[in-house]
Ligand binder design. Structure first.
Ligand SMILES: [Zn+2]
Length: 370
């Protein structure tokens, strides 16, 4: 139990830092990470030539989306739609609104009181027609959606006034069907659903405890990676000069979760902006690091980091390392499932439990069914 004794040395410091971190947490926007739009490759936001848009869109859609036109009031097909589902950009499929954000504004156009979080909509000042208005655009393809007003009747005070022609509606049932089709295509292509990823987010007790609860995670092991292959006991790594990071290795089912979701959890529950440190745990063994297995994992990680930086979620740049995976060394048995075995210890209660509570709150729909 050397680890515990060592950590008790930081006990008072941990209290002070925990308070400081809590204060910071109220200022940053980490809860938004769950909904952030992550571009799939560097070509996005989507750009097409005018010719291509003309080919893809109907004449009316082209007039509204590309030429900033407005459909006649009370004519849109989605004006009275009350079905459950998602409203996407009709040009690029970017998910913009859900049914519970829609309200009847009697203005003649579909109206919403908020947007799906994550910077999916861009606003610009519109001074046309002798008025000063806020225009809203799809952040992915630049398509014109409508205007944003601050006279909404709900508690957001906002009214997104959107052309039906700029939107595609996908019912809840169809969203599920789309997901099943994608899964079937993967099955047919013989792509394995079971994958691994190795992540360092400070003390592995914390990270392991969180991932044990995420639906789709098959197993989590605590251990070390990235350093001297001859020095792999906990005590050696604790000295801070083996080059190893405390990591968890996750085995996950790609049909139930995804690397994108796993990394969203990762960036929600640890602070990726503090170099070689998580709270009171200081040293390279506590660095934020992703050990990727292939190019796809690298791209996914790179894109999510870029997206979080762009949204300025932390207000500071992310310092997480991206390194090719080499070898994983499993830590001693008493480090596995540490939180579950030691819930009442001060470190668990003060440092791990708040992270778990945050995870449970932000990802409440994604917990394993008990
Ligand atoms: Zn779009």
């Amino acid at each position: 139990m050397m680890k515990k004794n060592k950590r008790f040395g930081f006990y008072l410091m941990a209290i002070i830092i925990a308070f400081a971190l809590n204060a910071c947490a109220q200022n940053n926007k980490t809860a938004e990470i769950a909904n952030i739009t992550v571009p799939k490759n560097n070509k996005l936001p989507m750009e097409k030539t005018d010719e291509d848009w003309k080919k893809q869109l109907s004449e009316e859609q082209y007039y509204v989306l590309r030429k900033k036109g407005t459909e006649a009031p009370f004519t849109g097909k989605l004006l009275m739609n009350k079905e459950k589902g998602v409203y996407k950009c009709a040009a690029c499929g970017n998910e913009l609104f859900t049914d519970n954000m829609k309200f009847d504004s009697h203005c003649g156009w579909p109206s919403f009181d908020k947007e799906i979080a994550g910077g999916k909509i861009k606003t610009i000042e519109d001074n046309s027609h002798g008025m000063k208005r806020t225009e809203i655009l799809c952040a992915k393809c630049g398509g014109h959606l409508g205007h944003l007003f601050d006279d909404g009747p709900t508690d957001t005070g906002l009214r997104y006034c959107v052309n039906s022609l700029s939107l595609d509606f996908v019912s809840e049932a169809d969203v599920k069907k789309e997901q099943q089709q994608q899964q079937q295509q993967q099955n047919d292509a013989g792509i394995s659903h079971i994958q691994t990823i190795t992540l360092g987010g400070g003390c592995y007790w914390c990270v392991e405890a969180v991932y044990e609860m995420l639906d789709g995670v098959v197993s989590v092991s605590s251990g070390f990676s990235g350093g001297d292959e001859n020095k792999i006991t906990y005590e050696e790594v604790s000295e801070g000069n083996t080059g190893h990071a405390e990591v968890v290795q996750l085995v996950y089912d790609n049909t139930k979760t995804s690397l994108e979701e796993i990394l969203k959890v990762f960036f929600t529950v640890h602070d990726p902006t503090t170099l070689n440190r998580q709270g009171a745990d200081v040293g390279t063994q506590y660095r934020s690091v992703i050990f990727y297995n292939d190019n796809t994992q690298y791209e996914t990680a790179r894109n999510i980091i870029d997206a979080i930086n762009k949204e300025e979620v932390y207000g500071k740049p992310i310092v997480t390392q991206l390194l090719p995976f080499k070898k994983f060394f499993k830590a001693e048995d008493y480090h596995q499932n540490y939180y579950q075995q030691n819930k009442n210890q001060p470190y668990c209660r003060m440092v791990i439990q708040p992270k778990i509570e945050k995870f449970e709150k932000v990802f409440k729909d994604r917990l394993k069914k008990k």
